[in-house]
Design a protein around this ligand. Sequence first.
Ligand SMILES: [Zn+2]
Length: 173
Amino acid sequence: MQPIPRQHSANNSAAVNPDPVPGEPGCVFIKPPFTDFPGSAEQKPKTGLTYNILAAHPDWFLDVKDFVGPNAVVYPSQLEPPRGWCPTKKKDAKDGWKEGEEPRLRCTLCRRQYAGVNAKSMWRRHVYEKHGIPMANRRETNERPSGRGGRGSNSEYLLSLLSKFPSTDIFCS
Ligand SMILES: [Zn+2]
């Protein structure tokens, strides 16, 4: 009789899950309208939640479900990485950042982080592709962010124009 070697399943789950789950110990999920969060009562200028506040609290998250689906709110621009998020990159980064010391942009919905000069666009792309949330100034048609193939929305828009104007001479120059 061979004893079945028991895998310590804890070994596998010890790594931090990049995707926080509501109710996870230590995690705070902040809901729209993003004015109610730990310390918000004492906030001096009551600006509500900002990206920088979230950046300072890696265990605070936004809930994806608030930005997709029938009751979705538009992702607030003040929760996007601000302009100049990497203020020292021109001065100090001539030799590049040391490993682990470079400024990082965290995702506000999960634990992923992005660094480097393209961090902000990688961030936006991640939020859009992984979480299905387009930024407000993305010039999407703002219909259903969950739909796949955002690239097709332009042609759909053109098609809808075409159907509104049956005599389409204007498109045949
Ligand atoms: Zn994320």
